[in-house]
Design a protein around this ligand. Structure first.
Ligand code: GLA
Length: 783
């Protein structure tokens, strides 16, 4: 809700407030952004007091001698008039680099004006447009603030109009700038690399400039555009926290500057790196949308705001807020070596396990038998698939399953028909051999003819069979940045605009398709892509222990409903690590569950376990995909981490508890919990799993009536068919009736963990990377 009182414009969401003002100098300033404060008549308590300029500060206007721009919380800072912090705008005109924007007018609107090229969030409650002008340079900057009351989120973007009589060059233009007093902030951002995405980096915001950015051409696995600022007192569930993100899939830039006067300036926008954009006379430039949110409920509170925002205002189309199917992807099962018979038997095994969607990954087209050829061409590889895609889709459909397909549309192999026909469509620089990434080049999506080719080719594949899911991959960074169509300083941005155009057409036309974004795993996991794709492949690393961290990181800013998480084989193909099958499932259950292994190679025990996992996930799918997600521990806590999903009414929850390395230095474990209704009583039951006989090595001789060779054929045979629990006739059940208050305050003491001695039915056997899920449900009272 937006309310005007004199020069004050006050925006309130459910639990947050943004208060803007016009300073005596005529600049737009931010007086407050934080937890909710009431609308009022007198804002004297909030307005920045400027009695005198400090020492060497520049007085903006001698007629108002108390004000220096350095002392104001500017909403759109430029350089050249005394604000020596990072500017939001760096422009070059023919005459000057000094720009100065003054408040001119404001307007409240029901919706955003449509952007020419960039995606917008949907279902905004209100939009505030504030127009600023630079009278001297004849420029107009429109600042748009979108208000999302239920998500406690506010968006900001800028449209710059060139009303002057000459072209301008934009070297930097930020979507959002927020100045506010420091609260002893820590910055939390996500860094990483291929198969090691989303590591949480927490550091004090110290004096100077902190930058989180990407220069790879996509939002990147190096630094995600999402970040948080947490006040020093903030914890997981309490204290003031701020979160920010950008709806953009290219080079992004987030800057936090702590000034000598203990104020922070925050900026988000397109990365100024190599950005050099000509804005023609009468032209306009639209920035991507940035968003911000704040909460008094700690990291989880502000993360949940982000989750709500993504689920309700970013993801769209028929799949928004819908249950996501459990899939089997053939990549780690077969890589590029498959044929029709192999795939159809995988489809049958998937059906047996209860899986709902079969995804055919890379290798179905052209002469794609290894990754040096074929990208760019769309004819089906008839050697592998003589009866085409429709045969496979029909096979899956006949079993009541959906069929999905992998594409990597933005790329071309030099060894392809497309490259032979259109070598000029690849991004490269004149006079230099282009550098390859995964043996491939990037197509210049800023070119209309490239966009048209992709729309046409992908469309005809989607028309050729009943394809209800698409995995859209992108497996290299952009180098050799030149375009025959534009100045290279525009290429990165125009690439993204071209990509968005292709996606808008395809996802609009094929809106029944479930679209999953992927870029070598999480190399382009961002809100821009999520405006078109309903889910994302999080990482090529499917090792469960690595996923503790990858998923903990990404879930700070993105909801479980968009996080792709698969159970794969052990040892992990990425880490060569062995983890229990159930832990692989328990981790993947906190996301969109999939399987990515050769189900046909499993023995009875593991296949049965997978069938049970699938059934468990289906029974709790809505909670696992759309429940309110809490991290109950920090990911770096030494012993075990814990996550929770809970429904809005707090009548139902699942807690996952994940061991790191087994240690004998632990006392009794307590079940962590948070936010349960203290007037209610809950039934708590552990979803634990049976153990492989072989896990116990030579110890089986201590319980077996006869001496056996633990590595011999007898034990191997029994291990394939019977679990330890079946042999011992024990169960892993552990159930309690617990008051909500006890759940909130660590009052549930779990059974002792394995400690080297003794094994009886009361011992929790978890071991390294062992884990358990607890299902918690309100006890129904009769009447
Ligand atoms: C990327 C993806 C994988 C798989 C391969 C296929 O690495 O992230 O999931 O699709 O490409 O080449």
């Amino acid at each position: 809700m937006i309310k005007k009182t004199g020069s004050i414009i006050h925006i309130n969401t459910k639990a947050t407030s943004l208060v803007l003002n016009v300073s005596k100098t005529g600049h737009l300033v931010c007086e407050y952004y934080g937890p909710l404060i009431p609308f009022g008549e007198d804002y004297g308590y909030l307005v920045t007091k400027t009695a005198f300029p400090h020492g060497t500060e520049i007085v903006y206007d001698e007629k108002i001698p108390s004000i220096s721009l350095e002392g104001l919380s500017m909403e759109f800072a430029t350089s050249g008039k005394g604000d020596f912090r990072e500017p939001s705008l760096i422009l070059q005109s023919e005459t000057s680099q000094v720009f100065d924007f003054m408040y001119e007018s404001d307007e409240i609107m029901d919706d955003y004006p449509v952007l020419d090229a960039l995606p917008l969030p949907h279902h905004v409650d209100e939009v505030l447009k504030i127009t600023l002008v630079d009278q001297v340079q004849k420029l107009k900057a429109e600042l748009f603030y979108g208000v999302f009351i239920d998500a406690d989120t506010i968006s900001r973007h800028v449209v710059l109009h060139n009303d002057s009589d000459h072209d301008l060059i934009i070297d930097k233009i930020m979507s959002l700038q927020l100045d506010m007093p420091n609260r002893d902030f820590d910055l939390i951002n996500l860094y990483g690399a291929w198969a090691a995405e989303n590591n949480i980096n927490r550091r004090k915001v110290t004096n100077g400039i902190h930058i989180n950015d990407s220069k790879t051409g996509n939002s990147s696995n190096r630094h995600n555009p999402f970040f948080m600022l947490v006040s020093e007192q903030a914890g997981l569930n309490n204290g003031v926290t701020y979160a920010f993100n950008l709806l953009y899939s290219g080079n992004h830039y987030e800057m936090i500057e702590l000034t000598s006067y203990d104020r922070v300036r925050i900026q988000l926008g397109i990365n100024p790196f190599l950005f050099h954009y000509r804005l023609q006379i009468n032209g306009k430039f639209e920035t991507p949308i940035a968003i911000m949110s704040t909460s008094t409920l700690g990291q989880n509170g502000v993360s949940q705001n982000m989750h709500h925002f993504v689920n309700h205002h970013i993801v769209k189309g028929p799949w928004a807020n819908k249950d996501r199917p459990i899939l089997l992807n053939n990549w780690e099962a077969t890589y590029l070596k498959f044929n029709e018979a192999k795939l159809t038997s995988l489809i049958s095994a998937a059906k047996d396990a209860g899986i709902e969607l079969f995804v055919l990954d890379d290798g179905w087209f052209s002469n794609r038998n290894d990754d040096t050829k074929g990208l760019g061409d769309y004819d089906v590889n008839e050697k592998k698939l003589p009866r085409g895609l429709s045969y496979l889709a029909d096979k899956a459909n006949a079993k009541g399953m959906k069929f999905g397909l992998w594409f990597e549309p933005e790329m071309v192999n030099v060894n392809s028909q497309l490259y032979e026909d259109h070598p000029d469509w690849a991004i490269k620089t004149e006079g230099r051999e282009p550098s390859l990434g995964r043996h491939q080049l990037v197509l210049d999506l800023s070119k209309f003819e490239v966009q048209a080719y992709l729309i046409e080719q992908i469309g005809s594949v989607l028309d050729s069979a009943h394809i209800e899911y698409v995995k859209w991959d992108m497996n290299r960074h952009i180098t050799d940045f030149s375009s025959s169509s534009y100045h290279s300083g525009e290429l990165y941005h125009r690439y993204i605009i071209g990509l968005y155009r292709v996606l808008k057409v395809l996802t609009g036309k094929y809106d029944y398709v479930l679209w999953e974004g992927c870029a070598s795993g999480g190399n382009r996991f961002d809100l821009g892509m999520l405006c078109f794709f309903q889910q994302m492949w999080t990482s090529d690393n499917t090792d469960a222990y690595s996923r503790y961290f990858i998923q903990a990181g990404i879930s700070l800013g993105y909801p479980l409903s968009v996080i792709g998480a698969h159970v794969s084989a052990t040892p992990s193909h990425q880490m060569l690590r062995n983890t229990p099958l159930e832990t692989r499932f328990h981790v993947a259950a906190f996301g969109n569950l999939g399987y990515e292994l050769d189900l046909r190679k499993l023995d009875d025990v593991d296949f049965k376990a997978i069938r049970e996992q699938v059934a468990y996930y289906k029974a709790h799918r809505a909670l696992l995909q759309y429940g309110r997600f809490y991290q109950l521990t920090y990911p770096d806590c030494p012993q075990a981490i814990a996550w929770m999903v809970k429904n809005e009414a707090s009548t139902e929850a699942i807690i996952g508890r994940f061991n790191k390395l087994q240690s004998l230095l632990v006392g009794s474990d307590v079940l962590p919990g948070f936010g349960f209704d203290e007037t209610l009583t809950y039934h708590v039951s552990a979803h634990r799993y049976d153990h492989r006989l072989k896990m116990f090595g030579g110890l089986i001789n201590h319980v077996a009536p006869i001496q056996v060779n633990e590595n011999g054929p007898l034990v191997s045979f029994i291990d394939k068919h019977k679990t330890m629990e079946q042999i011992m006739k024990s169960t892993n059940e552990e159930t309690y009736i617990v008051p909500g208050s006890a759940l909130n305050h660590g009052g549930v003491r779990l059974r002792a963990q394995w400690a080297g001695t003794g094994y009886n039915k009361d011992v929790r056997v978890l071991g390294d990377f062992g884990s358990e899920l607890f299902y918690i449900e309100q006890v129904k009272t009769s009447g």
